[in-house]
Design a protein around this ligand. Structure first.
Ligand code: AHR
Length: 525
């Protein structure tokens, strides 16, 4: 063959051959005979605030809307949320909670107010307590209500609790019944304020510890039962706040009469933690939601993984005052937060967000002894949302798909997986390339969730199964062509889970291909 022709053919062949991504081998061992704690289903909780289009349009369209709805609540959103088994929803804020006066949102006369935290948006108050509870009954979730500490009072919080929980034969219950709800609602989770170190009152830790104790003495359901009370915890790594709250507010004072209080139960059932993943780690210039480079991909992963250190260090402080782990750590605001967007904290949600969700949920599983609830910010149209809407249209985000794939872990028992993660590096930054978590559900099925954080290299996983004889394995994988691939109203299925490829059982080993930048969940029976 003529040398020129040979080199042309070689070049053509090279162009036609797809470039094979480098594959890294990882060996891990699943120890199915070693059971850990139960992964509380509430770790899959959501957060909804009156902000942007989170409530209005996202949930509430009104009874007369042409958008199909049930009593004003949009049907498409309800069906999508039911499918991911949302266990609990935190409402009405966020910063909005400490500016919310519940009476504005009940009864036939709803006067608009001004949302002073979020662009002085007009708050129509058409979505109030009754509508929130109706929404929860439609999606089959439980309420986590945040009462107003910043601009409210103990009396307001007490009367709201009575309004929600009293029998209709009592004055507060009769008022609720006149407004359309005969049967008392159950209010299992109550947050005492929100970010009282910031928008919720600019308090010092010891001021808030005092406020918390006071509210805790009066915030009860009308039967006298105390709900699970959640105190405002630290902003990110403010460990001094955690220390003060645990020292000053977790337990009843020694002088409290045992006749009145169960002193074995802490006053504080949960301490919250707020942590947002900003690619750049600065609030002034957070980083963009799409069209980012690999530098922002890895910095986002690194920041998301910081959740592990935050929980570890906060738990160590909590252990000092509560070695029996009676006080839960409740991560009631977490997720990505980017610059810009058309207002109201609306942001695109890409494959990168899916990876953040997967590694964060795996971290919560790792800390299931202490972390009993988490609420991603926020459910619809705000920050790291499950769902985006554009008037009558709705799309599911990559984050939604992770919550859908991971729902199998809800209330399952964690099983240890041992592995050494290879390193993924870009520039100066490095993170573990893989994150793995496993659990056994009540029917005995084992689920293994795995994230490959490297956007360039695939993983050939060998998962050695000990303590179990599995007969079948199936799996699904979420990945997409680009790190910023996302679903749009015209292309809603760009990032959706597909059957996993190359997954099989070889004796006692599960082998699987984990594509670069992917999330997979495998089921073993
Ligand atoms: O989720 C948006 C805001 O972030 C919340 O209102 C506030 O609690 C936090 O700072």
């Amino acid at each position: 063959m003529l040398p020129v022709l040979k080199s042309v053919l070689t070049a053509a062949l090279l162009l036609a051959t797809p470039v094979m991504a480098e594959t890294v081998k990882v060996e891990a061992t699943l120890k199915a005979d070693k059971a850990g704690p139960v992964i509380n289903r509430n770790i899959y909780g959501q957060f909804v605030e009156h902000l942007g289009r989170g409530v209005y349009e996202g949930i509430w369209v009104g009874k007369d809307s042409p958008i199909p709805n049930t009593r004003g609540i949009r049907n498409d959103v309800v069906a999508a949320l039911k499918h991911i088994k949302v266990p609990v929803v935190r409402w009405p804020g966020g910063c909005f909670a400490d500016d919310y006066h519940w009476r504005d949102g009940v009864g036939p006369e709803r006067k608009p107010t001004i949302n002073s935290n979020w662009n002085r948006q007009i708050e129509p108050n058409s979505f109030g307590t009754h509508e929130f509870m109706d929404f929860l009954s439609q999606i089959d979730a439980q309420p986590f209500v945040s009462v107003n500490v910043g601009s409210g009072s103990v009396k307001d919080a007490q009367s709201w609790m009575q309004y929600m929980t009293a029998e209709p034969t009592t004055p507060p219950g009769a008022e609720r019944a006149r407004n359309g709800q005969q049967t008392p609602w159950s209010v299992p989770y109550v947050g005492i304020g929100n970010e009282t170190w910031g928008c919720g009152g600019q308090m010092r830790a010891d001021d808030y510890a005092y406020e918390f104790r006071k509210y805790a003495a009066y915030v009860k359901s009308s039967s006298g039962k105390r709900p699970f009370l959640i105190a405002v915890g630290p902003d990110t790594d403010d460990y001094a706040w955690t220390e003060t709250l645990m020292k000053e507010a977790a337990w009843w004072r020694p002088a409290a009469t045992p006749m009145m209080y169960n002193i074995d139960r802490p006053i504080m059932d949960g301490l919250s933690l707020h942590f947002y993943t900003l690619p750049s780690n600065t609030w002034q210039n957070k980083g963009v939601a799409t069209q980012f480079g690999e530098d922002q991909w890895i910095s986002t992963m690194k920041r998301a993984l910081f959740m592990d250190e935050l929980i570890t260090k906060n738990s160590a402080i909590m252990d000092k005052y509560d070695p029996q782990k009676k006080v839960a750590l409740i991560v009631d605001e977490w997720g990505t937060w980017y610059d810009g967007g058309p207002g109201g904290l609306y942001q695109e949600n890409t494959l990168r967000d899916a990876l953040v969700a997967a590694v964060t949920l795996n971290i919560f599983h790792d800390h299931a002894e202490r972390v009993k609830m988490a609420n991603i910010a926020q459910m619809i149209n705000v920050l790291q949302a499950m769902i985006l809407t554009d008037k009558d249209k709705m799309i599911l985000t990559p984050t939604y798909h992770v919550f859908e794939m991971y729902k199998v872990h809800q209330d399952a028992t964690r099983i240890p997986v041992n592995y050494t993660a290879p390193v993924y590096r870009y520039g100066e930054a490095e993170v573990p390339m893989i994150s793995v978590s496993a659990s056994r559900d009540k029917a005995g099925k084992i689920h293994v969730s795995v994230a490959n954080l490297d956007p360039n290299r695939a993983i050939a996983l060998d998962l050695i199964l000990t303590g179990v004889k599995a007969k079948t394995v199936t799996g699904r994988t979420l990945t997409a062509p680009a790190t910023d691939s996302h679903n749009t109203f015209t292309a809603p299925n760009t990032v959706t889970p597909k059957p996993a490829t190359g997954v099989k059982l070889k004796g006692d080993t599960l082998t699987a291909n984990l594509p670069a930048k992917s999330v997979s969940v495998f089921e073993l029976q």
